[in-house]
Design a binder for this molecule. Sequence first.
Ligand code: DGL
Length: 266
Amino acid sequence: MKIGVFDSGLGGLVILRALIRMLPQYDYVYFGDTLHMPYGEKSPSAITKYTQESVGFLFRQNCALVIIACNTASATALKHLQQQYLPKNYPDRRILGVVVPTLEAVVSQQKKGVIGILATNATVRSKAYPRELRKLSLKDSIIQIAASELVPIIESNNRPAMNQLIRNYARKFRDFKTKTVVLACTHFPVIVKSLKRQIASGTTVLSQEEIIPKKLAEYIRRHPELEAQLSRKGRKEFFITKRMPRYKKIAKSWFGGTISLKTARP
Ligand code: DGL
């Protein structure tokens, strides 16, 4: 059986690339719901519906485990999927999100000071990051900046607009005396370098592709029964729900090589 990686679009390819680097032996299926992207400005019920359909598609592709790389979907839909959808439909499969593993990595740094979250409007509205942080640590505080406006700007590679927004976010994080910033959106690895340049020295900027592969490796180690189910041919398949001319180029730069994107509807 395979490992599924889900994102609302193609940003999750950055996470998949990092997963393959650390765990190249497994077979992966990627699913990007490009038809409904951006999720970050949709209602919780729409996000949950699209995520459930996408995860269902990945399970039908014989995935034993699905990683929801999309922060918006993890923050909004994961609980419902784990508590209602899985037990009813796929009781022997698993779904993992990115919010809790990311916060575990942040807390384990044991760095004093405010934690900053840069995420989509829907992720911020869900309050998943502050809620999950309280379960892990009572001494750390968190501030969130909603940055859905950055998503289309990254997609269209509009550098001047991107730099302007990054300067504004960096200023806000400085004002809040933020000591760790988490790029909590699959599109944001693209801005890591410029944000690091703009932000106060001494502030750590964390991108999820540095966190999730280690967390997945640990999870698989802790679950030998899952490990035993996973096939090891190093195969990769990529599905999107809507084809657009520029996607080939974006996929190439974010995944780091030419890939064949198939169109599918869940
Ligand atoms: N994939 C989304 C996330 O990680 C960002 C793009 C969107 O709004 O769909 O939150």
